[in-house]
Ligand binder design. Structure first.
Ligand code: ADP
Ligand code: MG
Length: 321
């Protein structure tokens, strides 16, 4: 190993987020030694982020470190798992210690916030690419999955979907928004909040759950096909966002429905559980909106506030192509 990569290992080893008691041996040896809690299932998820595909090569490194971990923690959130351990694979075009220190600062701050510890990984030279694997815990049988939605369940979404997509359109000059809406949307794009506390609160309540990375309509489609049912969404019930405040409700629909990168939780809920979900998610600091209902017949139907059907037209979301 070259001296420059020794420096890099050292730099990473000083930015590991939380210090957990269940890490018997962390970064520095051939393997990390981890002590899973008895009676828990291990929830594992990995995401790859490639420069030029998933982020701009000149992205600000602190925000990129945050986002690389946030999109992975979001998968744990969608499963109702509690974050614990992280591994990180990096290919770097060069040994740019300043860039890497900033990246790791953003990464480690979010890890610490969620009590998660970076326990190992690998670093090599190559085109800029980031692989993050997260490991979390869930009681047996308690994980949220995509397959449990049933006809009559409510379709719900946390937070304010569509703002990250508006941020992306702003960044590419395809949208203009006045302040403070523009700054808000860009922050939602660059620094998504993984809904970990909401995911934990939904254990034992939600019948299905997914995190919205590819747009609400598409990600709802994953729940519908895994659960073997359909849904009707009431567009008038979509939560108000910075986009609707600036441009009006109808202009915000394509961002909410087809825009990605929100990392909100889309979940289904037996109607009898609505009050309990409201109480628990309010306590978790993550309000949600009921936006539709699960139907027995397959397919996704969109209904305008006046009751007319709404077609999810190509022209409406080609900003995101
Ligand atoms: P080996 O050649 O045995 O795989 P390395 O030199 O690749 O060892 O890594 C040394 C230590 O640094 C290991 O504990 C490894 O987990 C850790 N490490 C290397 N790169 C990273 C990284 N990107 N993130 C976290 N830990 C890393
Ligand atoms: Mg190695």
């Amino acid at each position: 190993m070259t001296a420059e990569f020794t420096l890099i290992d050292d730099l990473i080893a000083r930015r590991t987020g939380a210090q957990r008691a269940d890490v018997a041996l962390g970064i520095g040896d051939d393997c990390a030694l981890l002590v899973p809690p008895p009676g828990r299932q291990l929830a594992v998820s990995l995401d790859l982020l490639v420069a030029g595909v998933h982020f701009l090569p000149d992205a600000e490194p602190v925000a990129l470190g945050h986002k690389a971990l946030a999109v992975n923690l979001s998968d744990l959130a969608a499963s109702g798992a509690e974050p614990a351990w992280i591994t990180l694979g990096l290919t770097l075009p060069g040994a740019d210690a300043g860039w890497l220190a900033a990246f790791m600062d953003g990464f480690a701050a979010l890890a610490a916030e969620h009590g998660a510890q970076l326990v190992g990984g690998d670093t090599t030279r190559g085109p800029l690419c980031i692989a993050v694997q997260v490991h979390g815990f869930v009681p047996p049988g308690a994980a949220l999955t995509r397959s449990g939605a049933r006809a009559g369940d409510l379709v719900c979404i946390t937070g304010t979907p569509g703002e990250a997509a508006a941020g992306l359109a702003l960044r590419f000059g395809r949208l203009e928004l006045p302040e403070p809406f523009a700054t808000h949307c860009l922050a939602r794009l660059d620094r998504p909040t993984p809904r970990i506390r909401a995911g934990l609160a939904l254990r034992g309540l939600a019948s299905a759950c997914i995190d919205v990375s590819d747009g609400l309509a598409q990600d709802l489609g994953h729940i519908l096909s895994a659960s073997g049912c359909g849904a009707t969404l009431a567009l008038g019930q979509l939560p108000l966002t910075a986009v609707s405040a600036a441009l009006g409700a109808e202009a915000a629909w394509p961002y909410a429905l087809a825009g990605g990168d929100d990392y909100e939780l889309l979940f289904t809920l037996p109607a009898a559980q609505q009050a309990e979900a409201e109480a628990r998610l309010a306590a978790a600091g993550c309000p949600f909106s009921v936006i539709g209902r699960i139907d027995p017949e397959p397919g996704l139907r969109l209904v305008r506030p006046d009751g007319r059907p709404h077609a999810l037209e190509r022209g409406g979301y080609e900003h995101f192509a």
